[in-house]
Design a protein around this ligand. Sequence first.
Ligand SMILES: Cc1cc2nc3c(=O)[nH]c(=O)nc-3n(C[C@H](O)[C@H](O)[C@H](O)COP(=O)(O)OP(=O)(O)OC[C@H]3O[C@@H](n4cnc5c(N)ncnc54)[C@H](O)[C@@H]3O)c2cc1C
Length: 457
Amino acid sequence: MTPDAGAVLDALRVALGDRVDVSDPVREAARADKSGHAAAGLPLAVVHARSVADVQATLRIANETSTPVVTQGARTGLAGGANAGAGEIALSVREMDRIVEVRPDDLIAVVEPGILNADLNAALAPHGLWWAPDPASRAISTVGGNIATGAGGLLCAKYGVVRDAVLGLDVVLADGRLLSLGHRTVKGVTGLDLTSLFIGSEGTLGVIVGATLKLRRLTAGEVCTIAATFPTVRAAAGGSAAVTAAGLQPAIMELMDAASLAAVHALLHLPDPTPGAAQLTIQTDGAAARAEADQIAAILTAAGGTVALSHDPVEGERLLAIRRSMHPAMESLGTTLIEDVSVPRSALPAMFDEIARIERDYAMTIPTVAHAGDGNLHPNFVYEGSGEVPPEVWAAADELFRAALRLGGTLTGEHGVGVLKRRWLADELGDDQWRLQREIARVFDPKGILNPGKVFA
Ligand SMILES: Cc1cc2nc3c(=O)[nH]c(=O)nc-3n(C[C@H](O)[C@H](O)[C@H](O)COP(=O)(O)OP(=O)(O)OC[C@H]3O[C@@H](n4cnc5c(N)ncnc54)[C@H](O)[C@@H]3O)c2cc1C
């Protein structure tokens, strides 16, 4: 340990006492999120902040000593953004998990960042309320992490992503100052929208220590589920694009290609799916659920799908469980790089053509699921061994990113840039915007101590 590191640790211990953890297993765990990538070396310490004052104390020490700080929620990220390595302080806000206020009359809640998304929604349900962002990781990821990554989920085509569900944020800046951004009102346009700037900022601008969330009322009503099988993934993508083009708004519209279906059916011990077939699973909800489901079924049948429609919520959940089992199914095949490109919804069929081309060119299978309602695809690259992503996988992923950009899409729909996509960021932003974004980050963090090496490096 260098003398500087010793001095940093001494200062942290004096200020934070038992919240400073230097045990090897805890520091080892802090090196990695769920991306399959780990930082090099062990962080100096993991600080388990319990209050805003703890976060401020940590950042004041980090700022004075120019020590890098990696903010961590639950470390379920898929871009390596929360990974803390040698010479860095891992600042966990997971224990800051209180619900400060729920206002059913104003449809807002004020929460600390470490509360799990599912725990928040369980607490809101008795008030007849919910917070709409629903990442598949909602049982294991924090609201602060959801905000810092700009998370999405199955329901977001209809009910919005994190960006649509946050009114204000309390943030601690790199030098320890506390700022209150945004508002509690439905409207509010005073000054620049710094709340939005923090959404998706991946720990590079400051630490989110509080959030004022925009809630929705839970509405009772029917849910209808449609499962439609198509002979090819292109046909399934065409079916989903036709639903969107018809102006219909299902709550959920998920697409699974043949390789994904085969893996999930094997995992769940279901009969083998038809070879080559792809599936759309769609749910409608609200007062018009039945009418919309009937219209969607007609559109999908016309598009060449074999359609089954259910009004039974238990059957609906059974069908969706197949989609929700994708992550464990991929884990059962090997180590997975889960990609996250997004394209305009009309370009979904063309994007699946590009994936088929990359599969041929690289002689690999790329099981792909898509949030077809919003054009966000998760192609999965599965490889052997638990080490770094092999070069041929990155080469194929590189083709995937370039194809998405050519089709008017983006590198990441919801997982963020982290370490894994930073080398492609300038390709999407262009040099001028990339430089401008870097300069903006420097205004918030002049010494470059907040999550260095992530996003802009
Ligand atoms: C099985 C599985 C399914 C998933 N499904 C989805 C999905 O459907 N949709 C989706 O969007 N993502 C999904 N993810 C990815 C992940 O769960 C999300 O990115 C989630 O928002 C991360 O939350 P977290 O608390 O784990 O954050 P972490 O992984 O701890 O951190 C993520 C990033 O946010 C920063 N950060 C965390 N907390 C703060 C804070 N308080 N202040 C400032 N910066 C902070 C970190 O520095 C890091 O850059 C999935 C992951 C898994 C493992």
